[in-house]
Design a protein around this ligand. Structure first.
Ligand SMILES: C[S@@+](CC[C@H](N)C(=O)[O-])C[C@H]1O[C@@H](n2cnc3c(N)ncnc32)[C@H](O)[C@@H]1O
Length: 286
């Protein structure tokens, strides 16, 4: 898998998601006949989901980073891989009219969808920029808070993403990222599967490498504020399955393991469960 092939496959996959409204079904609020709406299960409250424009929630996240970012009035928030805009819209609710949110995404259909969502609702303090998170289209030291939701695992150059995040933040700025990481080796056939890459599994880093890349970029106070491993949930019998037969999304303690839409058998899911974790990490720029 070279970097160009990866980016092309990611764009194609998420372009389709943007055009179809998420999973291909007509309602993004209750994805693919799931027993419970995916976004509620991963930590968004009903009130939050009611407050955002229809079509901004495509059920693609693995946490709720803006809820943990302690956003304050007047702050500028940057969302890496903003999709249809869910976390940007939640952020502008919190930072108020004097603050703003900027979403960056490399998939043109996602940007179109997010811009249309903002236009339809007349939300003016949010903007969506087409670009790669490895080369952020924002000035140095220009944002207060960076959030990201299930995106950095898709980047072929994660250390560069964290260096760019550091560059874009003001001194004292905060990072709050929900993402998928590994705590062991994936089976070889999964490591080599582009389908599993775009599904946020095969591109994920080992947790120590991920946290190390954040520190190496210059961040301090790097802390895992939430972690959900499916293994422990399976053993407690608490893993919740969302989705139709043949697909699976595990949601544990408000963090989702994005195992859906890839036709995993229960057996493969159990295997993955020993190596895949969903985390939320905070850090600060000194
Ligand atoms: C799993 S979706 C998550 C979208 C959004 N954060 C959410 O929670 O709904 C991943 C998004 O990241 C974008 N993306 C993936 N890799 C990227 C990169 N290297 N640069 C910019 N955007 C990227 C994709 O286009 C897609 O919209």
């Amino acid at each position: 898998m070279n970097d160009n092939n990866v980016r092309k496959a990611v764009r194609e996959r998420y372009g389709e998601r943007a055009r179809s409204g998420g999973c291909g079904c007509s309602s993004s609020r209750s994805c693919c006949g799931a027993s419970k709406p995916v976004s509620e299960a991963i930590g968004y409250s009903k009130d939050e989901l009611r407050a955002i424009p229809e079509g901004a929630d495509l059920g693609l996240g693995c946490g709720n980073p803006t809820a943990m970012a302690s956003l304050r009035k007047g702050e500028v928030v940057l969302d890496l891989g903003s999709g249809a805009g869910i976390d940007c819209f939640l952020a502008v609710d919190k930072v108020g009219e004097t603050g703003r949110a900027i979403g960056v995404d490399m998939t043109p259909d996602m940007i179109d969808r997010a811009r249309e969502n903002a236009r339809r609702e007349g939300i003016e303090n949010v903007e969506f920029r087409l670009g790669e998170i490895e080369h952020l289209p924002v000035a140095d030291a220009s944002v207060d808070v960076i959030v990201s939701n299930c995106v950095i695992n898709l980047s072929p150059d994660k250390p560069q993403v964290f260096r760019e995040a550091y560059r874009a933040l003001k001194r004292g700025g905060r990072l709050m990222v929900s993402d998928i990481v590994l705590c062991g080796e994936l089976p070889k056939e999964i490591q080599e599967s582009m389908e599993q890459y775009v599904a946020c599994i095969a591109g994920a880093s080992q947790i120590d490498d991920y946290l190390g890349a954040i520190r190496d970029a210059g961040f301090r106070d790097v802390t895992v504020v939430k972690e959900a491993s499916a293994e422990s949930a399976f053993s407690r019998g608490e893993a919740e399955k969302l989705g139709e037969k043949g697909t699976l999304k595990l949601v544990v303690d408000g963090q989702a393991l994005r195992l859906e839409d890839v036709g995993l058998t229960d057996q493969t899911a159990h295997l993955l469960a020993t190596t895949v974790s969903s985390i939320c990490v905070s850090a600060t720029k000194p």
